[in-house]
Design a protein around this ligand. Structure first.
Ligand code: ADP
Ligand code: MG
Length: 458
C-alpha cells in the first residue's frame, strides 16, 4: 500500500542514505510490512539485509501512524544467521546508522548480556541477531518472548539450510521453523542466495510462505551473449561413448567440434573456461589447445592440490588464458574479466549451467557463452542421469536405447528428464536440443541472442 511504500522509501534515504531500492527489495519489504511471510532469493551482495532491516525500523512508525501501539510496545526483529563473523559487522553498521541493534553470541560477557536483556524488556532494541543454536537456550527464548510487543519479524538468513536438498542442510534450521510458532512471530522473512526450485519449495513449506511472496532477482544478464551451435559429427555412437566413458586417452579425430573451438577462441579473445564432463577430457582438451599454440591448462578434482592451486592462480593472474575444466572449477573464482565460457558437454542441471555461464562478464562487458552441442554430450548426460556408471555391457544397451530414442525411433518413449526438467516430463524425440532450450527458456528466459539449429539431429 502507498503508505508502506513511502515509509520504506523514506527510511531507505534517511537511515541508509540510498537513493533507490535494488532488485525486488521493495516488493519483499512491502509484503513484510503488510504482515505476510516472504522469501527473498538474491545473490550475495545484492542487498538481502535491507529486506528485514527496513521493516524492523518501520514498525514503530507504522504503530504511530495507525495509533495501534505505544512506542514501549514496539516489539523486536530477531535475525537468525549461522555466520557469526558477519553478524558483528552488520550490527556495527546498523549502530553507526543510529539503529538499535545487537547480537547475542558466546563472546558476550554477562554484563553485556544484561544490558541487551534490559533494552529488550524496554522494547528499545529494534534488531537482535543470533545463531540458530541459540534457540535451544531456554533462558534466551524466555527473554525474547517477554519483549513487550512481541516478535514483529523473524528473519532467517541462509534459509536454504532448512532443506535437505540444499548444499548445506542444518538440522538446527528445522527447529527454527518450529520456533516461529513457539515465539509467536508475527511474520517471517527467509533469505538465501541459492535456492533451486526444490529448496525454495522446502523453505516455503517450512515457513508457510505463499508463492506470491517469493522474490527472486532475475538471472538475466544483458551482457552475456549466449550462442548454441549444434554440430553433427559421426562420433556419437555407442562405441564412441563407451570409449569416452572408459577413459580413452586420445582425441577423436572425427570430432569436428575441435575445429569450431579453435576458430571460436581465435575470434573471441580473453580469459576463457571450457567446461567438459570428464576428467580425462579436460586434460585432452588442454593438450589439444596447447598443441595449437593456445595458452591452456586442465583443472579437475583428480589433480593434486598444488597443481589445482597453481592453475587457479595463473588463470587469475592472466598467465594462463584458457582453463579446460570439469565442474570442479569455479567455486570461489571471482575473476571479473572472463570473456568466454564454452560448454563442450551439458551441465547436469539448468542451475549448474546458469552458474557456470554466470562466471563470465562480471565486469559488465559483453561476454560469450558458447554451447557446442554434439549428440554425444547429450547421451553422456543421459547416462549420468541414470545413476552410477554401468558396466560396459549394460551401457551398450542403454546407449543404443538413448541414441535410438533421440534419433526419432521411439524406443524408450517419453523420457523422464528430471535432471533437466525438475521432474517434468519431456518428449525428447523431436530433438534433444529442443528439450534443452525449452527447459532453459522455461526456467530462466535468459537468452539474449541464441542461434538454435534445432533441426540438425533429424
Ligand atoms: P546480501 O545479504 O544479499 O549478500 P547485503 O545485504 O549485505 O547483501 O548488502 C550488500 C551491500 O549492498 C551492502 O553494503 C548494502 O549496504 C548495499 N545495499 C543494499 N541495498 C542497497 C540499495 N538499495 N542501494 C544501494 N546499496 C545497497
Ligand atoms: Mg547477507
Amino acid at each position: 500500500d502507498q503508505f508502506h511504500l513511502e515509509l520504506a522509501e523514506r527510511l531507505l534515504k534517511e537511515k541508509f542514505g540510498f537513493k533507490s531500492f535494488r532488485h525486488e527489495q521493495q516488493g519483499a519489504i512491502q509484503k513484510v510490512l503488510a504482515g505476510e511471510n516472504a522469501l527473498v532469493v538474491f545473490p550475495t551482495g545484492a542487498g538481502k539485509s535491507l529486506c528485514y532491516q527496513i521493516p524492523a525500523i518501520a514498525f514503530p512508525e507504522l504503530d504511530k501512524a495507525d495509533g495501534s501501539r505505544e512506542p514501549d510496545n514496539a516489539g523486536i526483529t530477531i535475525v537468525v544467521s549461522p555466520l557469526i563473523a558477519l553478524m558483528n559487522d552488520q550490527v556495527d553498521a546498523l549502530k553507526r546508522r543510529g539503529i538499535a541493534a545487537d547480537n547475542i553470541d558466546s563472546s558476550k560477557t554477562w554484563e553485556q548480556l544484561q544490558i541487551i536483556h534490559a533494552s529488550m524488556r524496554e522494547s528499545k532494541l529494534r534488531i537482535l541477531y543470533c545463531a540458530p543454536e541459540r534457540l535451544n537456550n531456554e533462558g534466551f527464548v524466555a527473554s525474547i518472548k517477554h519483549v513487550p510487543g512481541g516478535i514483529r519479524l523473524l528473519a532467517v538468513d541462509e534459509a536454504h539450510c532448512v532443506s535437505e536438498w540444499g548444499h548445506s542442510f542444518r538440522p538446527d534450521y528445522l527447529k527454527v521453523a518450529r520456533f516461529v510458532e513457539e515465539i509467536k512471530a508475527e511474520r517471517v522473512i527467509c533469505l538465501t542466495a541459492t535456492a533451486t526450485p526444490k529448496v525454495a519449495e522446502d523453505i516455503c513449506k517450512a515457513f508457510n510462505i505463499r508463492e506470491s511472496c517469493v522474490f527472486k532477482t532475475s538471472p538475466y544478464r544483458p551482457n552475456l551473449v549466449l550462442h548454441a551451435k549444434a554440430i553433427d559429427y559421426t562420433g556419437g555412437t555407442a562405441e564412441h561413448l563407451i570409449g569416452l566413458l572408459f577413459g580413452r586417452r586420445s582425441l577423436d579425430e572425427t570430432d569436428i567440434r575441435f575445429e569450431e573451438l579453435f576458430r571460436f577462441l581465435r575470434t573471441n579473445p580473453g580469459p576463457t573456461l571450457v567446461y567438459v564432463a570428464l576428467q580425462h577430457q579436460a586434460e585432452l582438451h588442454a593438450e589439444a589447445l596447447i598443441s595449437k599454440g593456445f595458452s591452456a591448462a586442465a583443472f579437475h578434482a583428480g589433480l593434486k592440490h598444488e597443481v589445482k592451486k597453481q592453475v587457479q592462480e595463473d588463470f587469475m593472474a592472466g598467465k594462463i588464458r584458457i582453463v579446460c575444466a570439469t565442474i570442479a572449477f569455479g567455486m570461489g573464482i571471482d575473476k571479473p574479466d572472463i570473456r568466454n565460457i564454452v560448454h563442450w558437454d551439458l551441465s547436469s542441471t539448468v542451475e549448474e549451467y546458469s552458474q557456470q555461464i554466470g562466471r563470465a562478464g562480471r565486469d559488465g562487458r559483453i561476454s560469450f557463452c558458447m554451447f557446442f552441442l554434439a549428440p554425444s554430450a547429450f547421451y553422456l548426460r543421459e547416462v549420468f542421469a541414470r545413476g552410477d556408471l554401468p558396466s560396459r555391457q549394460s551401457l551398450k544397451g542403454l546407449l543404443i536405447d538413448i541414441i535410438g530414442a533421440a534419433r526419432g525411433v521411439p524406443v524408450g518413449g517419453v523420457f523422464k528428464l528430471s535432471q533437466y526438467g525438475q521432474g517434468k516430463e519431456f518428449d525428447i524425440r523431436p530433438s534433444p536440443l529442443q528439450v534443452i532450450y525449452a527447459t532453459l527458456e522455461l526456467h530462466f528466459g535468459l537468452f539474449r541472442a541464441i542461434t538454435p539449429e534445432y533441426s540438425t539431429y533429424k
